[in-house]
Design a protein around this ligand. Structure first.
Ligand code: ZN
Length: 657
């Protein structure tokens, strides 16, 4: 491990800024810390408004990630109060957190880490703690403690596994009294991770890199015991319907729609095809705090019902033992290992599924090293893992993400998503929690939104192969398609039928209708597997209901599109799929209307642009967001009994009322 400390980065900074800097170095290395894991602290002076000062502990607050932590992410606490608490023989989790919370010197500081008292105890100014892969590789074996001694001699204190919190702080005190001396540079918590400490963050970080490097060298020097030879006989293309079917079962077990994301690469293929994958992968997570993201074991294969039943049994067994009356979490898996699909990860959002993926992809090489090069992977026992999974302070980390949003776990495909109505619909769906696949011919679609819930794809909807490939990528990313919003469309230049340009006519039919019939054809089997029912909303046009002169190619195409949607409403009702149509009119904030066209049209009607825009009964300007709010509302449960409807969004029009 490379020591990345750069003296110029915190030369003139204060102690706390240096601590934040060193924390980011630690957090930036994914082999050390993943998604909110690990914590750091520094002991420094606190000055209050009266000018008096006291010794304080600044410890990482929950909700902050070490990779991005700033000075404000550290919670200041009076050190003397921490010492008093450490002096107690017993302290419940609730009381400990209440005391820590009350002791905060800054009222807006985040909740301090559950490992705060341990940080307070360590008699050094700067403390760094990670769940480094290589430390877990040393300790997750039968002879963990001996191995730590072999690698580090007596330069570290070794502590057996104890759940984080007050009891761990006490266990550390005890081990410290027995083992620490003036040359002690670190502390290894078996099945958990590494602590290093020094008078400065620079030195604590330096000791971290030194100890990790020693472990890396030890592991690199191990001979390969055996390497399995495998014939990877996987299909080049998986059946999307089978993937969506698996997602439906997982969602049923979870009691809500879930995102299921597929990951493949050579390492994953090798791992899922190991002959011993079932035994190796079901022993438990590398470090206990992964459990809230991955569950204790992955599902091997596709039998979700059996997995859910085993989870219920596991809960019942351990709930009986527990003093508290616990409520079972949903029994659906968060990680699936399948010989054909590879690694599948699951979450209420794509973000959560990605966190499970990051953790599991980090897990695979460690399991393989321990199994193939050492005496075999040994995880913590079921009881310890259960206690952590159902520890309220651990579940509190998940609650920081806030309540589940309305469309969370549902997957929407929006065509024409880079501009106008399609863009507004995609934005509204994202805001209300959906994961969204956006198609557009404009390359900007890829980056027009960001974040894990967005997958923008450059697609010409009139190219069937491109459309099919983009659907494949979308389904592999999120696990299915539940909602379709047809926003893509073209408006050919106006001409009378006597002057009809057949190429323009054909293009209008291709893009506005035929491409949608193909999309319907390819998506129908996926809609039928939508966990909360499939929903389709087609953006047609007022022209479909009330045509005028000079737009034959457009109006006819939008009429055909409306008819296609009505047939789909008939055909798909038996699968619980709702299909509705909206008819917007004169929505000017879309790609179809340039300034020039607008001026021209207004002049044709002898109106100002403002008058032209508002020539409807309500005398209002209809915007893309008006259309988007109706479209997305039609996908909500509030319209659960509506299919085959056509709704005008035109500010009121004499001809359509
Ligand atoms: Zn930890």
């Amino acid at each position: 491990m490379k020591n990345l400390w750069d003296e110029t980065d915190c030369k003139d900074s204060d102690t706390l800024s240096c601590c934040a800097y060193g924390s980011r170095l630690l957090g930036g290395d994914r082999s050390l810390v993943l998604h909110g894991g690990g914590n750091t602290s520094v002991k420094a002076e606190w000055k209050d408004v009266t000018g008096s000062s006291l010794d304080a502990l600044y410890v990482k607050g929950s909700g902050w990630d070490l990779a991005t932590i700033e000075v404000l992410g550290f919670t200041p606490l009076p050190l003397s109060r921490m010492q008093e608490l450490l002096g107690l023989d017993k302290l419940s989790d609730e009381d400990m957190m209440a005391e820590l919370s009350t002791a905060r010197l800054r009222p807006d500081a985040p909740q301090p880490s559950v490992e705060t008292l341990l940080h307070a105890f360590l008699p050094y100014r700067s403390v760094q703690h990670s769940h480094a892969d290589v430390i877990l590789s040393l300790t997750n074996v039968e002879e963990g403690e001996e191995t730590v001694r072999e690698v580090y001699g007596d330069s570290v204190v070794v502590v057996p596994y104890v759940m984080p919190g007050f009891d761990l702080a006490k266990a550390v005190q005890e081990a410290w009294d027995d083992q620490a001396h003036s040359e002690t540079v670190g502390m290894v918590l078996l099945h958990h991770g590494l602590f290093t400490f020094a008078e400065t963050t620079r030195d604590a970080y330096g000791r971290h890199t030194d100890l990790i490097t020693k472990a890396e060298k030890f592991l690199d020097g191990l001979p390969e015991k055996h390497k399995e030879k495998k014939d990877l006989n996987k299909k080049a293309e998986i059946a999307l319907v089978e993937l969506a079917n698996l997602r439906q079962k997982v969602s049923q077990a979870a009691g809500a729609p879930m995102i299921l994301s597929r990951h493949t690469c050579e390492e994953i293929d090798n791992f899922v095809n190991r002959s011993d994958v079932e035994s190796l992968a079901t022993r438990g997570p590398l470090t206990p705090d992964h459990i809230i993201r991955t569950k204790r074991t992955p599902l091997i294969g596709r039998d979700v019902d059996k997995y859910a039943q085993e989870y219920r049994d596991y809960f019942d067994r351990n709930n009986e033992r527990s003093k508290n009356d616990l409520t079972m979490l949903d029994p659906a898996p968060r990680v699936i290992l399948d010989k054909e699909f590879g690694l599948l990860t699951i979450g209420a959002t794509a973000k959560d599924a990605d966190i499970a993926s990051d953790i599991y992809q980090q897990t695979i090489p460690v399991l393989e090293t321990l199994e193939d090069q050492r005496s075999g992977y040994v995880a913590l026992g079921e009881e310890d893992l259960f206690d952590l999974e159902y520890w309220d302070l651990e579940q509190a980390k998940l609650r920081l993400a806030g309540p589940r949003k309305e469309f969370a776990g549902q997957i929407a495909l929006v065509t024409g998503a880079a501009s106008g109505i399609g863009h507004a619909c995609a934005a509204e769906l994202l805001a209300r929690g959906a994961s969204v696949i956006g198609f557009d011919i404009n390359p900007e679609v890829e980056t027009i939104f960001s974040g894990p819930e967005w997958l923008g794809q450059v697609v010409d909807v009139s190219d069937e192969d491109a459309q099919v490939e983009a659907i494949r990528q979308g389904v592999e990313r999120f696990g299915g398609v539940d909602i379709l919003v047809v926003g893509a469309g073209i408006f050919p230049s106006s001409e009378l039928i006597s002057e009809l340009n057949l190429d323009a006519w054909q293009k209008s039919m291709d893009v506005n209708v035929t491409s949608v019939s193909r999309l319907f054809h390819h998506l129908a089997p996926l809609f039928a597997l939508a966990p909360a029912g499939g929903k389709v909303v087609v953006v047609a046009s007022r022209n479909a209901l009330a045509p005028g002169k000079g737009a034959a190619a457009y109006s006819t195409a939008k009429s055909a599109l409306t008819q296609l949607s009505r047939v789909a409403a008939f055909e798909w009702a038996e699968h619980g799929v709702r299909v509705n149509v909206v008819h917007p009119d004169n929505v000017f904030d879309t790609g179809l209307w340039t300034e020039e066209v607008l001026n021209q049209r207004a002049a044709n009607y002898e109106m100002t642009v403002a008058e032209y825009k508002a020539r409807n009964l309500l005398k209002m300007e209809v915007k893309a967001r008006h259309v988007a709010s109706v479209v997305v509302e039609l996908c909500s449960d509030r319209f659960g009994a509506t299919t085959g409807a056509q709704i005008p969004i035109d500010g009121g029009n004499e001809r359509t009322i």
